[in-house]
Design a binder for this molecule. Structure first.
Ligand code: LLP
Length: 437
């Protein structure tokens, strides 16, 4: 059974509301999130760490809808942001500045300044140039920036190469061998107060708890080393990365993860923060699409949906698996047949699933792509001039559109045509050919 999306009378529902009813009102495709599932996932994470009372900063990049962020604000979460846009969203959703951390490998001067002006909890600094820039910006503002040095621990997160961040040679963080020197520099620079260390080895990590253990042990050793050298290290930010089960993965439980964190940091008297994204929202969202047609006359069955790679890019970008289930459950004993499930966008990358065993589906049927609450809507685009996919939040028998589908007028009016456009392609004034009669 899908968390937050139970079946009623043979039909998938979102917190008691039939998905078919939402589709009739909103049109397809759309994302739908279960507020209850988000709350339950956050509370389970927080409960696992109750003794530590850490700061749980939801990674806004996973799902930045203001309604979702407001749920996290209500739950008591902080936010991990990576841009001024995300910072503004977190603040607008009511997340207190002193619960916001700013990550990212390329923060601009303007972004650093905006974060300082807002008075956020911590900047996770990823390079020496960033440290120097932040020192200048902070002095200009007359502020002292609380800084965590993000360490690259040289650990393989055993995940898709495109979302691994903790190996030497990746663009992220400061190599662990150089981190002590960076911390000392942070201690010396005006306008900077080093408060701790941060690490994030990648997303949807594989290998159970092993990559986390390797990274955390290196971080803990660095805490000890820095303290022995007389510096204060009050905080560690352990990043995100806990995976979910999309298909056959067996990610560690939050409770097992908590036991590991306790084991490594328990004796260190250090305040802990996390930046989980996917594990809090991934399973709490579905992408609902309608079958446009079934091409059964090919060498294989091809099911064409009205959702496409611009709405959910994970399969195209990471070969990611999302389960595809009919919204009206198939009759018992329905025969499964392999099919490719694709969108209407004009490239072969627009394929959600290849040779997937599926029950009979016909034009007009609704399907749900599961585990789409993280890195779904946030990565959508208007490629092929398709309208940005709407988002819906469901809670206890109610639903609300939390981002409407734009109109075609809005799509078109985002562009402007300069009044000199006609001249831009004027034929060059012809010069008579030399020697012409
Ligand atoms: N903290 C930092 C510094 C990060 O870079 C990320 C994710 C997180 C926290 C949250 O990680 P999570 O708990 O969600 O694994 N678009 C990709 C995922 C990219 C993740 C980037 N960083 C996907 O769809 O799989």
């Amino acid at each position: 059974m899908l968390e937050g999306f139970p079946c009623r009378d043979g039909e998938l529902c979102a917190e008691g509301v039939p998905l078919a009813a939402i589709a009739a009102s909103v049109g397809t495709p759309f994302y739908v999130y279960s507020a209850g599932a988000i709350g339950a996932r956050y509370r389970r994470f927080a409960a696992a760490f109750a003794p530590e009372a850490p700061l749980i900063c939801f990674a806004v990049k996973a799902n930045s809808n203001l309604a979702v962020l407001r749920l996290f604000a209500r739950l008591g979460a902080g936010a991990d942001v990576v841009s001024e846009g995300e910072l503004r969203r977190a603040l607008a959703a009511g997340i207190a500045p002193d619960r916001i951390v700013f990550s990212g490998v390329g923060k601009t001067r303007g972004e650093l300044d905006a974060a300082l002006a807002a008075g956020i909890r911590q900047m996770n600094v990823e390079s020496l140039p960033e440290l120097h820039l932040l020192s200048k910006v902070a002095q200009a503002r007359g502020r002292v920036a609380p800084v965590a040095i993000r360490v690259n621990p040289d650990v393989d997160a055993l995940t898709h190469a495109k979302i691994a961040t903790g190996k030497r040679g990746s663009k992220f963080g400061i190599d662990i061998e150089d981190a002590a020197a960076a911390y000392r520099l942070a201690d010396e620079l005006p306008g900077i107060a080093p408060v701790g260390l941060a690490v994030h080895i990648g997303s949807q990590t594989g290998g159970g708890l092993d990559p986390f253990r390797a990274a955390f042990e290196r971080l803990a050793a660095l805490v000890v080393e820095l303290r022995q050298a007389g510096m204060s290290v009050a905080r560690v930010d352990l990043g995100g990365g806990l995976g979910i089960r999309y298909h056959t993965e067996t990610p560690p439980s939050v409770e097992g993860y908590a036991a590991l964190v306790r084991d490594v940091f328990g004796a260190l008297d250090v305040h802990i923060a996390f930046e989980p994204g996917r594990v809090l929202v991934g399973p709490a969202g579905l992408l609902i699409a309608r079958v446009i047609c079934v091409k059964d006359d090919m060498t294989k069955r091809v099911i064409v949906l009205d959702a496409a790679m611009n709405d959910l890019i994970r399969p195209a970008l990471y070969d990611a698996w999302h389960d595809i289930v009919p919204v009206r459950l198939p009759a018992p004993g329905a025969v499964l047949r392999a099919a490719d499930v694709v969108g209407p966008v004009c490239e072969t990358a627009d394929t959600f699933a290849a040779a997937r065993d599926l029950p009979p589906l016909a034009a007009g049927d609704l399907v749900a792509l599961t585990d789409a609450g993280a890195y779904g809507a946030v990565m959508s685009s208007t490629y092929n001039s398709r309208l940005l996919v709407p988002e819906v939040l469901a809670a206890s028998g109610r639903f609300a559109i939390v981002r409407p589908r734009p109109s075609y007028e809005e799509l078109l009016k985002a562009d402007t045509v300069p009044e000199w456009i006609g001249d831009a392609i004027a034929e060059p004034a012809s010069t008579p050919a030399r020697g012409a009669a």
